[in-house]
Write a protein of this length. Structure first.
Length: 155
């Protein structure tokens, strides 16, 4: 079975970089400058921001469902990020050095199963969770801070 990791679309964030600070705060967002690498993982490009690069830290609703599992969390987006287009079965290097939480959901957004895996061996956990016919999609999270990383679908 193959899977596809999906980045967030850049169109949801590109206009935010021009907003004044007070408007950003109203939208639960702030601009920062990356001061270490790794440390500012972009959810659009699926790479870590370079030191000195501007990033947006914004609250993002990654699980907009009408269940108890509705969820949002802070995510980083690099300024001028180009949306990552992963190949089937490809795991971006961004995830390889991190401990990842893998959460499987059904079509209504109910959590069915979960796992934790080192990013360097992420594929078996993703494939195991997607092997269940009741699983519609999987979310990847950075296990330590708990924030959303990407969506995974079966293809």
């Amino acid at each position: 079975m193959s899977f596809l990791i999906q980045a967030l679309p850049s169109s949801q964030f590109s206009n935010l970089f021009q907003l004044p600070d007070d408007e950003l705060l109203r939208r639960r967002a702030i601009l920062r400058t990356a001061d270490k690498r790794p440390g500012f993982p972009c959810r659009v490009s699926l790479i870590d921001a370079h030191i000195g690069e501007r990033v947006l830290l914004v609250n993002y609703e990654h699980q907009p469902v009408q269940t108890p599992f509705r969820s949002c969390h802070a995510v980083y987006v690099r300024e001028n990020a180009v949306e990552a287009r992963c190949e089937p079965g490809e795991v971006p290097d961004l995830f390889r050095s991190r401990l990842m939480s893998i959460r499987a959901f059904d079509g209504s957004g109910m959590l069915l199963d979960a796992d934790v895996a080192e990013g360097r061996v992420l594929e078996p956990s993703i494939e195991r969770l997607l092997a269940s016919e009741t699983v519609e999609y999987v979310h990847l999270h950075y296990a330590k801070p708990g924030c959303y990383a990407a969506r995974v679908i079966r293809i």
